[in-house]
Design a binder for this molecule. Structure first.
Ligand code: G16
Length: 544
């Protein structure tokens, strides 16, 4: 009989999960009992059945291994019978989602702060996923937050650290801990979804690509799939070794942090496809030769062509996008006669729609795209779907984009981020807009007239749950819009996101400069929100 050890503790302030789990500086997580309090609060809320299976994995960032060893002991003390851990503590977020589903786990702990930087002075995070493989819904994260406020003990067993690098099974307390190959199950799933033979043929006919793993978790996955199973030459995957500090970079696949890839794709040496993924492997960046594809457009273009991939033939049931994501996907849904759903930001809001079979593909402006194959967004999946479509259709990214816009029109789109601003200024800005919302309809800003202005609220069509205050929307009469929202994933101060969008019909100007096309909306955003005054910044830090 293993001795369960009860460790007394007191609550820590501010253990509220954000858009995707609890994210804080490593130094905060290194306080004795900090991670333990949060993990115990999760276990207290989900109350695992005796003998239940728990999956644990992470993106390999600094502090991962320490927390994994502790979480294994705590899982054993809390009644889990089996703990499945990725070798080296590695599991990309989508791979963790798949492993939870495949092995019938009751849930999983994903240790990641996603695209946030890593290292002793940077960020760490813990997220709990439920049995469907997806992020815990607000009912669970809210209860976990509540529990962190009253917690007075956590449970562990007396056991040494185990060797996380050796595949096999070891006992910890009464639990069996199984260290698995983090890549194999996921790579098999990808091969079952896509036409690997068609992609291999394209590669042997000279199709080229570069995949930038950003020194984060997708390196081993991309090497095994792209260079191993699909035959791309060695060196196609760059920055393919996961590093604890991501080489000192932000593992955020956007035009700022993946600038080297962008520069290559705009140069004379550009391969056919450029792609990147983030810290934990759920985001993606797609750039064709001389053609950047926004995440919102990528969702629309993938949805329009998804039935080319073998596993999706004849079964596109619907499309879902987060509210700030452009309406490009709505036009595809309309064209194909399938429903479209507009959810709040956060992948957790897609879970019910996917489980109910009401949507097949989902996407977000924040570089997330995925389908019903797992319950997380999936960076490599999006890259492979692009490859499958390009290989079968024999066209370039640029040709596909032009063809798409010529049929559906183009939603010009940009997101302006003001990062690490003072929380009071951010609050004042949002409060200011909120107070003006009722007066905005009918107001003119340059050539734009406001048609509707509101705070977005979502009623889940499956379980009826309501999520209010999910972003402020200003919708203009010409169909363009501005959305203001505070990020839920930052770890310092506040980050203001301003989402700008304008639609051009197929016969309009569909090949213009995005910044120029959005100038009226940019000016209106400043006039409505007094961004410079509240943030003290004259320009955004990041434009994506
Ligand atoms: C997380 C969620 C995404 C969401 C994003 C938004 O992404 O998983 O579903 O779109 O946050 O972030 P913010 O609240 O900062 O706008 P990730 O990749 O960080 O897990």
């Amino acid at each position: 009989m293993t001795q369960i050890v009860t460790v007394p503790t007191t609550p820590f302030e501010g253990q509220a999960p954000g858009t995707s789990g609890l994210r804080k500086k490593v130094k905060v997580f290194q306080q004795p009992g900090y991670a333990e309090n949060f993990i115990q609060s999760v276990f207290d809320v989900v109350q695992p059945e005796p003998g239940a299976v728990l999956v644990i994995g992470g993106d390999g960032r600094f502090h991962n291994r320490t927390v994994i060893q502790q979480a294994i002991r705590m899982a054993a003390a809390n009644g889990y019978g089996r703990v499945i851990v990725g070798q080296g503590g590695i599991l990309s977020t989508p791979a963790a989602s798949h492993v939870i589903r495949k092995y019938g786990a009751s849930g999983g702990l994903v240790l990641s702060a996603s695209h946030n930087p890593g290292g002793p002075d940077e960020d760490f995070g813990i997220k709990y996923n439920i049995a469907n493989g997806g992020p815990a819904p607000e009912s669970v994260t809210g209860a976990v937050h509540g529990r962190t406020g009253t917690i007075d003990r956590w449970l562990t067993v007396e056991a040494d650290d185990i060797d996380l690098d050796r595949i096999g099974e070891v006992p910890v307390g009464a639990a069996k801990v199984q260290i698995i190959d983090p890549v194999a199950d996921y790579a098999d799933l990808m091969e079952a979804l896509f036409d690997f033979a068609a992609i291999r043929k394209a590669v042997s006919s000279g199709f080229t690509m570069r995949f930038d793993a950003m020194s984060a978790v997708t390196g081993p996955y991309a090497k095994a799939i792209l260079e191993g199973r699909l035959g791309f030459p060695a060196g196609t995957v760059v920055n393919g070794e996961p590093l604890e500090d991501f080489g000192g970079h932000h593992p955020d696949p956007n035009l700022i942090h993946a600038k080297a890839l962008y520069d290559l794709m705009m140069s004379a040496e550009a391969p056919d496809l450029g792609a990147a993924s983030d810290g934990d492997g759920d985001r993606n960046l797609i750039i064709g030769r001389h053609r950047f594809i926004t995440p919102s457009d990528s969702l629309a273009m993938l949805a329009a062509n998804i039935e080319i991939a073998p596993a999706y033939r004849g079964r596109l049931s619907g499309i879902a996008r987060s509210m700030p994501t452009s309406a490009a996907a709505d036009r595809v849904a309309e064209g194909l006669g399938v429903p479209v759903f507009e959810t709040p930001t956060g992948w957790k809001f897609f879970g019910n729609l996917l489980d109910a079979g009401r949507v097949t593909i989902c996407g977000e402006e924040s570089a997330g795209t995925g389908s019903d194959h797992v319950r997380e967004k999936d960076g490599l999946w999006a890259v492979l779907l692009w490859l499958n479509i390009l290989a079968v259709r024999g066209i370039s990214v640029d040709e596909l984009a032009r063809e798409h816009w010529a049929r559906y029109g183009r939603n010009y789109y940009a997101r302006h981020d003001y990062e690490g601003i003072a929380s009071e200024g951010a609050k004042a800005l949002m409060d200011g807009i909120t107070a003006r919302l009722p007066m905005l309809p009918g107001s003119r800003f340059g050539a734009l007239t406001v048609g509707q202005a509101d705070s977005f609220s979502y009623t889940d069509p499956v379980d009826g749950s309501v999520s209010a205050n999910q972003g402020l929307r200003v919708l203009f009469e010409d169909g363009s819009r501005i959305v203001f929202r505070l990020s839920g994933t930052g770890t310092q101060g506040a980050t203001l996101r301003v989402y700008l969008e304008r639609y051009e019909p197929p016969l309009g100007d569909i090949d213009a400069d995005t910044g120029t096309m959005l100038q009226p909306q940019i000016e209106a955003a400043e006039a409505i929100a007094a961004i410079a005054q509240h943030t003290g910044r004259s320009a955004p830090d990041v434009i994506t």
